[in-house]
Ligand binder design. Sequence first.
Ligand SMILES: *Cc1c(COP(=O)(O)O)cnc(C)c1O
Length: 331
Amino acid sequence: MTRLGDRFPDADLPHVALGTAPTPVRRLDGLDLDAEVWIKDEGVFGDGAWGGNKVRKLEWIIPEAHRRGTSTLFTVGGIGTHWGLAAALYGREHGLHTVLGLVDQPVDDHVREQLRRLDASGATLHRYPSVGRLKVAAPWILARHASWSLRSPPRLPYYLPAGGSSPVGSLGYVEASLEIAAQVEAGLMPEPATIVTAVGSGGTAAGLLLGLRLAGLRTRVLGVVVNDSFRLDAVTVSRLANRTAALLRDRGADVSIDLGPDDLTASDEWMGATYGATTADGQAALDRAAGIDLELEPVYTAKALGAVRTLGRDLDGPVLFLQTHGPRPEA
Ligand SMILES: *Cc1c(COP(=O)(O)O)cnc(C)c1O
């Protein structure tokens, strides 16, 4: 039984377990900050070849694809997309084929390794130099991967926005927030004043925002925006949280929460020049983390921890850092 299912026993919310919950929380020492920092390790979430925050989303997206009667997912991302890889690997285990529209991004070792994993994932890859070119090609991709039959209209792939940040995907972090509340309740960590997460497409932050409110916590979300491919700020994140609340209502859950841009903080101050660009704060956070045996990557988590380190005591504590990344050695 999921925590969402416990909370709303009469709601129609199909779920498939892909990881082991709850993910562990611990105090994060060795950052040389005055602030009290805790970490929740979402990196260990997932039993397959890839873990992290995208797996939480797929727990709700995969059964939704089955409910829609489709066997193909179509989604988009950069050529280093963690989301696309997770969709391909976990979808395949559950009878779904994934088609990816990929857009070029700055290439470093991390991205090269991701591309290699994507190639090996069984997904069909279509690669473009810009978001504009991908948009022009999208109708062709949808038609090309539709299943055609003489008797019924073509069945198009189930389209998912970048990062899996649809209302269905965001349920993963509503669920995770209820889990955080239970960990606070059990005395495993103090109630965080601030939870810090990287924001790449908004579903994680939106799910947290709604879930923390549902759980009755006062924790404020600080979203460290790392993506400039589309509009991503407190307005778009709170809107996604409200669309997720509306989905819950549609499925029979009694949710009357209404959120607005003042209910979270979102800042692109730590993004650097663009999505995937390196930054001095991010690099410093990567180095520091390596010294305390914490494995970050440069695109998301290093920038989020960079924000924690540069804000330091200006952040309301206790601070909970969400470790969203989950590579597996043999992916
Ligand atoms: C995708 C991703 C994020 C951002 O999550 P969104 O829900 O897309 O905002 C953060 N960290 C890592 C490691 C990710 O792969």
